[in-house]
Design a protein around this ligand. Structure first.
Ligand code: SF4
Length: 303
């Protein structure tokens, strides 16, 4: 989509009452107009931008307007990080990006994907960064079961990364809950950690998926899907007409029954849907929630 259409799409989302935008990829920083998009989005939404650490320093001026920049990095071990990313020098670049953005006063966090590969290290990893004032925002290794027409594919099944030790995962969740009591910057709610524990200990899903209600995906062509694993169901510009339609209601029911994935962002948004869910985040993460609270207030008063 050209820049103007992206802005029109953002206007539509704003009118719909959307509070938060996460720009991820691929790598959104590859767009030449990303500075304009971030600046525009951050006027109205809590705006998070993901980078794998390869471009953040180069695009630092564009990122100054973001509410939160998440650099993906999975381990403190240089060799393992380069292996996981498949790019020599990836670790150094990501560490440099975190240090540079943090030093320049940007709101930067580090985003590890918790997997079998780094499970044993997550607690120390969290300590390392939060000791330095850099918050940690978690993803969870998962993979797609590709279906025809899905919006796009991200995860691939790799035995090396799949978590098989449920008890070890539950212990990490307990430890993170404990750490949240004693330090700032552990950016995951208790509710999410408890849900993860249940999932890994006994396979129980304590949430119902809220795709197309608490969250949805918009791709680079402006196509909207409940999540990336499902087919596009509208264009972003059509959303105001179709949002309350019987077709969308029936799609929501279908997604509500779905248990195909455990991507952590979808679990998080499913657990914290609606205004009450947002308030729960603020209560859980009150020290980190100023920006969310201010923009939520603003958007609610305008819609
Ligand atoms: S559980 Fe929800 S987010 Fe996951 S594939 Fe199903 S509809 Fe999509």
């Amino acid at each position: 989509m050209p820049t103007d259409d992206v802005k029109k799409g953002l206007d539509t989302l704003r009118k719909l009452g959307v509070i938060e935008i996460v720009l991820s990829g691929g790598n959104p920083l590859l767009r030449d107009d990303i500075d304009e998009i971030i600046e525009y989005a951050s006027r109205f939404f809590v705006t998070t931008v993901y980078d794998n650490g390869s471009m953040a320093v180069e695009k630092i001026d564009a990122l100054r307007n973001a509410d939160f920049v998440a650099i993906s990095l999975d381990t403190l071990d240089e060799k393992s990080a380069d292996y996981m990313k498949g790019v020599p020098g990836a670790w150094k670049k990501a560490m440099n990006a975190i240090e540079t953005l943090h030093g320049e006063g940007l709101s930067v966090g580090v985003s590890p994907t918790i997997s079998r590969f780094n499970l044993h290290e997550i607690v120390d990893f969290t300590k390392f960064f939060t000791d330095r004032g850099v918050p940690v925002w978690y993803c969870l290794y998962w993979y797609d079961y590709p279906t025809e027409n899905q919006l796009f594919e991200i995860g691939k099944k790799t035995d090396e990364f799949g978590i098989t030790d449920g008890k070890a995962m539950a212990m990490v969740c307990d430890k993170l809950i404990e750490m949240k009591r004693e330090r700032q910057g552990v950016l995951i709610t208790d509710k999410t950690l408890v849900a993860l524990k249940q999932l890994f200990l006994n396979g129980q899903r304590t949430w119902r998926c809220q795709a197309l209600k608490g969250f949805f995906m918009v791709d680079h062509l402006g196509r909207v899907a409940g999540c990336h694993c499902n087919e596009p169901v509208a264009s972003v510009f059509e959303l105001p007409e179709v949002w309350d339609s019987p077709r969308f209601e029936s799609l929501r029911k279908k997604y509500n029954e779905c248990n195909r994935c455990a991507y952590l962002c979808y679990i998080f948004y499913s657990l914290h849907t609606n205004v009450s869910g947002n308030l729960e985040i603020i209560r859980d993460q009150w020290r980190n929630a100023k920006s969310l609270f201010t923009k939520t207030q603003k958007n609610l008063s305008e819609t």
